[in-house]
Design a protein around this ligand. Structure first.
Ligand code: NAP
Length: 306
């Protein structure tokens, strides 16, 4: 049973966000153990575990990275650590503990089936994805700045998709003085685009819209920029594709056409790991408290969202 000590949280794998989340969880009162993704500089209050069994023993929560655990049971780490999670390791956790993972594989779901362990998938939760869109948008703008000889101010930008990332990106570009057009397929989204002061673009008119763009940012996880559309782009265009792999651009065609187009995964971990790590830590604390877990009661108030 729960023994009233500092709740133990294991942070396993992930990217540069993970150590920052670990640091924040420790500040909020957790005993934090990290494995598979080490910080550049050791964090005094966060202990590195020798292996998975040690990390999970007595833990009431586990934080995995966005990519979580593969179908072979390997915990994803951008440092390439090879840790395989097995049933026995989870057996050492506190009852009614919780695994936080971007997206859970079937392997992970099967592993938890026979135990009282909840999986909280955060990648598609609005309260995570909307915050995560802030560093994603800033990172995409940074990439566009690197790829072009012009300022964002006064540029013609086209954003594909008005989801969580597309909406924040469009606002960020507008705030920097770009003239922003946004493409969407739902009429309600096109109405929102107009109301926000952006230029609405329907997909049927994408060929015309790309013709006038200096910058294109894609957030749609489907092929929205095939070769015939790419052929309509200006030669000096810069295309930043944020959508999850394989993205929404025909990259082979872009290469053949001499168009600068990059797939830009994992931007929050690359450009703002501290902010993005705090979002993760706060999500964990909020969830443990909201679900009435003893571990949540013992953690400090996250004190706002940022
Ligand atoms: P979201 O809120 O679900 O938005 C996705 C957008 O794509 C919506 O506007 C959706 O329109 C549109 N869409 C989906 N399928 C479409 C299709 N076949 N044709 C036209 N439009 C389509 O997702 P999000 O949180 O903004 O994330 C967007 C993408 O970026 C995801 O792939 C996510 O994994 C990725 N992401 C990447 C980073 C990074 O660092 N690169 C960071 C965060 C997210 P409807 O509403 O009409 O479906």
């Amino acid at each position: 049973m729960w023994n009233g000590k500092r709740p133990k949280i294991a942070v396993l794998g992930g990217d540069a966000r993970s150590p920052e989340a670990a640091r924040r969880l420790s500040e909020l009162g957790a005993e934090v153990v990290i494995a598979g993704r080490l910080p550049e500089v050791p964090i005094p209050e966060v202990r590195s575990a020798g292996g998975l069994d040690e990390a999970l023993q007595g833990a009431s929560a586990v934080l995995f990275g966005i990519h979580g655990v593969s179908e072979e049971g390997v915990v994803h780490s951008d440092q390439g650590a090879k840790m395989t999670i097995e049933h026995e390791a989870l057996a050492g956790m506190q009852p009614e503990s919780c695994l936080f993972v971007g997206k859970a594989s079937n392997y992970l779901k099967n592993l938890t089936q026979k135990q009282k362990i909840e999986i909280c998938e955060y990648r598609d939760r609005d309260d995570f994805a909307i915050l995560n869109s802030i560093p994603s948008a800033e990172g995409a703008v940074l990439m566009a700045m690197d790829m072009t000889p012009i300022t964002i101010f006064g540029s013609e930008a086209l954003v594909l998709g008005l989801g969580r990332t597309g909406a924040t990106l469009a606002r960020t570009l507008k705030a920097l003085g770009s003239r922003v057009a946004v493409a969407a397929r739902k009429s309600v989204d096109l109405a929102k685009i107009v109301a926000e002061g952006f230029r609405p673009v329907e997909y049927s008119e994408l060929g015309v819209a790309v013709d006038g763009a200096d910058l294109i940012f894609n957030t749609v996880p489907a092929l929205v920029l095939p070769e015939p559309i790419l052929r309509r782009c200006r030669p000096e265009i810069a295309i930043v594709d944020l959508a999850s792999a394989p993205g929404g651009v025909d990259f082979e065609a872009a290469k053949r056409l001499g168009i600068k187009a990059v797939l830009a995964p994992g931007l929050p971990g690359k450009v703002a790991p501290k902010s993005a790590g705090r979002y993760l830590a706060h999500l964990i604390v909020r969830h443990l408290k909201a679900t009435g877990r003893p571990s949540g009661e013992l953690l400090g108030d996250a004190g706002g969202w940022l």
